[in-house]
Ligand binder design. Sequence first.
Ligand SMILES: Cc1cc2nc3c(=O)[nH]c(=O)nc-3n(C[C@H](O)[C@H](O)[C@H](O)COP(=O)(O)OP(=O)(O)OC[C@H]3O[C@@H](n4cnc5c(N)ncnc54)[C@H](O)[C@@H]3O)c2cc1C
Length: 1086
Amino acid sequence: MCVRSCFQSPRLQWVWRTAFLKHTQRRHQGSHRWTHLGGSTYRAVIFDMGGVLIPSPGRVAAEWEVQNRIPSGTILKALMEGGENGPWMRFMRAEITAEGFLREFGRLCSEMLKTSVPVDSFFSLLTSERVAKQFPVMTEAITQIRAKGLQTAVLSNNFYLPNQKSFLPLDRKQFDVIVESCMEGICKPDPRIYKLCLEQLGLQPSESIFLDDLGTNLKEAARLGIHTIKRQGFAVLPKLVSNSWAQAIYPPYPPKVVNDPETAVKELEALLGFTLRVGVPNTRPVKKTMEIPKDSLQKYLKDLLGIQTTGPLELLQFDHGQSNPTYYIRLANRDLVLRKKPPGTLLPSAHAIEREFRIMKALANAGVPVPNVLDLCEDSSVIGTPFYVMEYCPGLIYKDPSLPGLEPSHRRAIYTAMNTVLCKIHSVDLQAVGLEDYGKQGDYIPRQVRTWVKQYRASETSTIPAMERLIEWLPLHLPRQQRTTVVHGDFRLDNLVFHPEEPEVLAVLDWELSTLGDPLADVAYSCLAHYLPSSFPVLRGINDCDLTQLGIPAAEEYFRMYCLQMGLPPTENWNFYMAFSFFRVAAILQGVYKRSLTGQASSTYAEQTGKLTEFVSNLAWDFAVKEGFRVFKEMPFTNPLTRSYHTWARPQSQWCPTGSRSYSSVPEASPAHTSRGGLVISPESLSPPVRELYHRLKHFMEQRVYPAEPELQSHQASAARWSPSPLIEDLKEKAKAEGLWNLFLPLEADPEKKYGAGLTNVEYAHLCELMGTSLYAPEVCNCSAPDTGNMELLVRYGTEAQKARWLIPLLEGKARSCFAMTEPQVASSDATNIEASIREEDSFYVINGHKWWITGILDPRCQLCVFMGKTDPHAPRHRQQSVLLVPMDTPGIKIIRPLTVYGLEDAPGGHGEVRFEHVRVPKENMVLGPGRGFEIAQGRLGPGRIHHCMRLIGFSERALALMKARVKSRLAFGKPLVEQGTVLADIAQSRVEIEQARLLVLRAAHLMDLAGNKAAALDIAMIKMVAPSMASRVIDRAIQAFGAAGLSSDYPLAQFFTWARALRFADGPDEVHRATVAKLELKHRI
Ligand SMILES: Cc1cc2nc3c(=O)[nH]c(=O)nc-3n(C[C@H](O)[C@H](O)[C@H](O)COP(=O)(O)OP(=O)(O)OC[C@H]3O[C@@H](n4cnc5c(N)ncnc54)[C@H](O)[C@@H]3O)c2cc1C
């Protein structure tokens, strides 16, 4: 299907409703929400089950009565007995069990017939697989309905089976919503159950159609404003139908046996306006004006195919292919497709079916899946115009890019297959297949921009500001390097034929716009749907869908996937290509608009088309703005920080005796390759390998970590929570395999990259922020506190023996560790206060002390406690403390209790209160020597200090993202929350605060890279002062916007908030950082 012809189609009229006008108005107010405000088209079909999707109980009863020689109508009469309070209706409301129902029901039947009635066997038949089977015609209809993007629901009066499962012998995946009376405790025709169904569909009554075989049920639905279709049911003996509840089982009229689901489907088709039966999909009878002479065609085909005798030639016309009319032909068991030029005088370059034929033939030889072309007939005497014939390729064409009814993994596979086939097209060797002259080589984008600007100007009717800006902007931002390959020109999902069961592209259709050009234009074009709303005419979009939940790769990921498959570096300027693609669509739409003004179209139609152009041009401009920001972010900042800091920062650290300080103390010697030039403020401006690592991590987060969060969270709330989740262990292995492991260790501490990824602090800041968007990612990547600080301590100060024993298992993720400093009896924000004693005894140290808030100590994997105590209380204040490595299995370590933070236990590591009673540790476990504890503690908290801040930026970004999604979709007081001024103000405030804090984090990291940790003391203190409070405020605003849900554990917000708040202590109290900032400010800046 060619997009250009689609835009010319009268189908354009089908969705341009109030929604668009509203949206356009809102955009002008700065809002980006798309609202569907209803209209005349239907958006869901609701099915009753028994009698519509599967045979009705009445029909089953009749069959059973004949087989069992029971007087006809007995079962029905008994089912109706008691009306609303009879056993049948109570059974359907789950007020009685299956056993209870059968007891009462059997009694009723037996009383009626004065003999025992084997009702159990009726029930078995009713619920048997043989009988309770969905009508195939309904299965087909549901598939077609969903393929058109409508929702489907089943609204059934049903019951619980003896095994406690509800009776619903349907494939649940066919339905977006399932409402079962036995689960809700209410039955049709109670209006509440219809309302519940509509609520779950998120629709107004007038937007849905309801099919039922019972008059009462339909009457109530109609009363509520739902469109109804009556599926004619089985005949009933009218005399038995005595009250309204009887109709809940059987309609009393008309007593004719039609029992024909097909009739219902036909009625449904009439209402929906599309076919629900599968013949040759997407075809219809040939329009009068499009008829072609069958006889001469048949003769031509007989010759072509070498067929002697043929039956009649069957001819249908495809829905798509308006530009070049396309026909389905069946002749002598051959399924063929004919594509021809339209009749009449044509522009010389238009409708070049010869080119289509040529490219498909060439590509088939190169292994690209295309229909098998048989012949090009340029002799207009055969059917009036030139045409070509190809084999019909049966398979599935997905018209709705949200791929309704598929599993997320299947959707992902479909998009991956689409990406792969595009790579195949773009990898074709032009020379080998003889296509070097298929188009001009090089300069494709500049030529295209010129062409479309010209076309737009030719059809311009009024000034569209976004188009004017784009016309200026596009030529200035043309990509520097372009490859030349075959480009399809209209590459999108509904131009692909898929294998019915496998995610495999069988054929790429519609090569009308193909040429030689820049392949990235195709990639961008295939992502248009990602940015269009689902109600967009012609090109149905998915921008209002939750892609992660659907399993559909986001556009960015789709681009990445493409580059990876093609072996190309990531496409940095893909926003340019998106801007260009939307510009092109806007120019096409403007042409349609112009023609509609001068042609026969109604004024509403013309107005709607005009609005489309404006809408799409605004989208194009959004991408131009994004591209502008990307370029801006990549511009290196000139080193603004050295200016004032070097007046006071001494590069030499007082706490590192090893001489390795050269890495951080002297800026010129810094290995921080990306930081040396300037402050890297966005991941896009990281060096290529680190950027690649960043994107790999991002992909991992999207594919592995976020989807695992619910399970990990429920593990933390389960009885097994004090044991590590097996899923975490599994994810750790995956992270390790992908090289996303131990990223934290700064290059400065590990210059030979012996232990870590060798990143600078700034580089890690970007990655750490990303990990911080999930509470679980830091552990998954072995980058979580307190292990990171302890590992760094061992790298910096540990002996080789200590490293071998402790560092290696920690680096491998086999062990975990804790850091014990804080004591309940003293103010531990001042580390000199701590009282735990470390006494020398023979060749051992003996420790005694009471500690609390020791993070990670409850974890069964915790093998090492880095213990801080006093070896000499009489030494100078900062020389009294020492650090000991204490194996967790040493006798005398008594965990008293896990502490909770706002009720959270943070299992399995927890935060423990613990006593150390005469714990004997070999002397060689001392780190660095007695009296060196204070300097070690300071060093341990060096870079590790700002890791929390980096993660807090991640918390905040995720909270803001969740908030934005929520307020766009939630309505209060008649409009979406996002349109409330206070919500907008909150969003703005949060964005500003995040950006401010991020800059400060990066500045601190940058300074640590350039001048060393000590020189960065002020910046470290500043960001530690700022980040937790900033995150608390941003998360708090998100929680507020979520309503009560924000406090629940359904979202990560409550936990984010808890940990952000806790970090105002855990990372040192705010006041201590404030005191540091003030002290340094007064000391150095007076
Ligand atoms: C979730 C969590 C995890 C933790 N994990 C660990 C761990 O793994 N290992 C560990 O040893 N400890 C850990 N801690 C403890 C944390 O390090 C201490 O709580 C922190 O150092 C403060 O010590 P304190 O609680 O004794 O408060 P105190 O020292 O008693 O201070 C109380 C309050 O006094 C005020 N104050 C303190 N100093 C000043 C000042 N200079 N100027 C003005 N006001 C001031 C502040 O308001 C401060 O909050 C953790 C804490 C939390 C909440």
